[in-house]
Design a protein around this ligand. Sequence first.
Ligand SMILES: [Zn+2]
Length: 72
Amino acid sequence: MRERDELDTDLCVVCGEEVDLEDARIFFRSASVVACFECARKFGGVYDPVTEKWKAPPRLPPSHVRRHEKDV
Ligand SMILES: [Zn+2]
């Protein structure tokens, strides 16, 4: 199924929620592996709202990450 805004969104590898790729709070591990703000924080990520960068990257569950990296 294709949606009009498909280029601007992706799915969080952890919870499967659609995330807005233009949201600075989204954590990018790679082009195909992104995590929403909530999941990134849940797995240990520390976001700095001042610099709008992740001070500490989240440790995403390897099983989730591998599954998505294989798809590419
Ligand atoms: Zn998520």
